[in-house]
Write a protein that binds this ligand. Structure first.
Ligand code: MRU
Length: 364
């Protein structure tokens, strides 16, 4: 794995980008201090990148995994020929996808993207008209397509979100659901970029987002780079900011929306939602349809990742807790649907009753 350092301005920094024969992944662990792109050539390197938060954010994880499938199969030489070779290749795609699916459990976009790669391989193998090399090329194209679609999807989410905001509004966000977490624009942060283009002045408050500080390191960084008015606060200041009347809306992203509208997002989101309700402030969730999981009935069934205790006790290399102390470190929490004012998607804005209204998004 090679590192490629960039010192140029971080405008429109892409979290992952395909470069002729390899994947470049921005190492988000190093932001905001260093802009380093890693050169990835194998599915194992992509798995590592996802597991260790070099890339993170639900859509960006899915995009990376799709490229990871291609990297995993490009060196595979089927033993058979013709249709048999295509079926072997398709089975190998399934095996690589199963492996990449073990990298992180909560963001459903990972499984969505892997299923799409599997389905593409199966459909093309069933047609039986391509060579194995052509099928590999089609899988690379599918990964690129997933990335391109995400950019367009995020722009549409931003446009829809903008209809809920106005010039001069204050908005609080949690974690990072920006360009770094997606192909471009982000989900929760997309309206801020579009508002900037319109000349609106939106004041964004970014929770720093303990324990690994996606809000401070990533959201504050990318909004500042774009010239958006952003103020960084510690997570425990959100209530104070709301009480002072400085924010009139909350917008967050999500890793998975259950069929009943319960929403999993970065740990701390639930507290923000409860505070928002207490202050009569609308709490919006922005996400693509690929984050909505109608197969998972409620938030209870969403698998919540627990991460290593070191993130809390020796985050960023400094010990801040006694050796041996018991630690609980869930990476996500679930906000019950009753706190969610609306879910903003590329297909429009969905209001309760979510159980009834979310499936309508998937109707043609
Ligand atoms: O652990 P992370 O950094 O992957 O968590 C990311 C989040 O919780 C984001 O809010 C979510 O993925 C939405 S990204 C558009």
């Amino acid at each position: 794995m090679e590192n490629q350092q960039e010192t140029a301005a971080a405008e429109h920094l892409q979290s992952v980008r395909w470069n002729s024969d390899h994947l470049e992944m921005l190492d988000q662990r190093l932001l905001p201090e260093e802009i380093v792109f890693l050169e990835l050539n194998t599915a194992e390197e992509v798995w590592e990148g996802i597991r260790h938060l070099k890339v993170r954010g639900a859509p960006a994880i899915g995009i990376s995994a799709a490229f990871g499938v291609y990297l995993g199969i490009r060196g595979f030489e089927p033993a058979g020929s013709g249709r048999e070779a295509l079926e072997e290749l398709s089975a190998e795609v399934g095996r690589i996808a199963d492996y990449l699916a073990t990298s992180r459990p909560t963001a459903v976009n990972l499984f969505w993207a892997l299923d799409r790669m599997r389905a593409t391989a199966q459909a093309l193998a069933a047609e039986g008209v391509m060579t194995a090399d052509e099928l590999k090329g089609a899988l690379l194209e599918e990964a690129r397509q997933i990335q391109a679609e995400d950019e367009e999807t995020c722009r549409l989410i931003g446009e829809n979100a903008l209809t809920l905001l106005h010039d001069g509004i204050g908005v609080l966000t949690h974690c990072n659901a920006g360009g770094l977490a997606t192909a471009k624009y982000g989900t929760a942060l997309a309206p801020f970029y579009l508002a900037k283009e319109k000349g609106w002045d939106i004041k964004v408050f970014a929770d720093e987002t303990r324990p690994v500080l996606q809000g401070a390191r990533l959201t504050a960084f990318e909004l500042q780079q774009a010239g958006v008015d952003v103020t960084l606060i510690c997570d425990n200041m959100a209530g104070m900011v709301m009480a002072k009347g400085w924010v009139q809306a909350i917008i967050v992203g999500t890793d998975r929306v259950a069929a009943n509208g319960d929403v999993a997002n970065k740990i701390g989101t639930y507290s923000v939602a409860v505070l928002a309700k207490a202050h009569g402030i609308p709490f919006y969730v922005a996400c693509p349809l690929s984050t909505i999981d109608l197969q998972t009935p409620t938030g209870e069934e969403i698998p919540i990742e627990e991460r290593h205790e070191d993130e809390i006790t020796i985050g960023f290399g400094k010990r801040t807790a006694p050796q041996g102390v018991k630690v609980y470190n869930p990476a996500f929490d679930v906000t019950p649907n009753e706190y969610v004012t609306a879910i903003i998607t590329e297909k429009g804005i969905v209001y309760p009753n979510y159980q009834e209204n979310l499936p309508k998004l998937f109707e043609e």
